[in-house]
Design a protein around this ligand. Structure first.
Ligand code: GLU
Length: 310
């Protein structure tokens, strides 16, 4: 039998809050319950958003929760050569091209109705321009194949996404010479032998991009499981406006990790109430089928009855 290999892939852009903690707990449980290996990858490529000291804090939060990992910590900032090689391969096989369009030009060219959920859909301006790969200041885009990507998400079920229609050719290597998130994740998941990815469902559409990118690199991607997020009472993804839900803030109020885990376990359908517990107590009874389909609403109180949002 093939060993399950999962990963925790935090971006050191801020402190961990209840929402990140819930997705990480589920990723940890799904690997530990399967007796697999869980790798730690710090996604520290996102230039200006990376915050000094955030990596340390995030690792400390995970340890505080009792979420451990196997093997050394991998940092994307130390793996640029691998991403550059993958880019080279994509360029040679005509799956990628250099692009000199500024953000403003893309926005102007892609006037409504060509605005997708994630901003303007790239109209393909540089696709036929054959710019040299060493054009100064160029970014690189993936030439997204036509058609719908169909895959089975372990939680969301069958998914059909047209990256070409919803986003267009997307950037895989930025002007500043760094790999973009999509390329780095695909290269790393493949190189690290990851067999399953569990993360928040805000990244569901990224899975389609990653499957197409993986196919262009001649690899098949891991199995995907995208889980609902924790939201505030306004239905928006948990953020500062919903109060300080960082693990650090709870810790500073004297709340112990077991209480947070009690809330998380309850929100994941693994306990019928918020009785304090440890992460390892949940491994044996863990099953993804228990996870509620709705988003959990943070009502501002760890002990208030759970509230859900369809
Ligand atoms: N680093 C990403 C995040 O913190 C997760 C990426 C992934 O799991 O693919 O949102």
């Amino acid at each position: 039998m093939i060993q399950v290999v999962g990963r925790l892939a935090p971006s050191p852009t801020g402190v961990l809050h209840l929402g990140n903690a819930r997705s990480f707990l589920l990723a940890w449980l799904s690997v530990r319950a399967a007796g697999g290996r869980l790798l730690m990858r710090i996604e520290d490529l996102d230039g200006p958003r990376i915050r000094q000291g955030a990596e340390k804090e995030c690792l400390l939060d995970l340890e505080w929760l009792g979420l451990d990992w196997d093997g050394p910590i991998v940092r994307q900032s130390e793996r640029q050569t691998l991403y550059a090689e993958a880019l080279q391969q994509l360029l040679e096989q005509h799956h990628a091209y250099a692009c000199l369009c500024s953000r403003k030009e893309v926005e102007q060219a892609a006037s409504a109705p060509h605005i997708g959920e994630e901003g303007p859909i790239y109209p393909g301006t540089c696709r036929e321009r054959n710019l040299p790969a060493d054009a100064s200041g160029a970014a690189f885009r993936f030439q997204v194949p036509e058609g719908v990507v169909s895959f089975e998400d372990h939680f969301c079920g069958p998914c059909n996404i047209s990256v070409r229609k919803e986003l267009g050719d997307f950037v895989i290597h930025k002007r500043d010479g760094q790999a973009a998130y999509q390329l780095a994740v695909v290269v790393d998941d493949i190189a690290m032998g990851v067999t399953q990815v569990l993360r928040g469902d805000d990244l569901l559409s990224s899975a389609a991009r990653q499957i197409q990118l993986g196919a262009a690199l001649h690899y098949s991607m891991p199995e995907f499981t995208h889980v609902p997020l924790v939201v505030g009472e306004d239905g928006r993804r948990l953020a500062k406006r919903h109060g300080d839900t960082s693990l650090r803030a709870f810790r500073e109020q004297g709340i112990v990790a077991e209480e947070i885990l009690g809330w998380l376990a309850w929100s994941c359908g693994l306990q019928t109430d918020f009785t304090p517990c440890r992460a390892q107590d949940l491994v044996q009874s863990f099953h993804l089928d228990k996870l509620p389909r709705q988003q959990v609403v943070w009502t501002g109180d760890l002990k208030a009855p759970m509230s859900w949002r369809a």
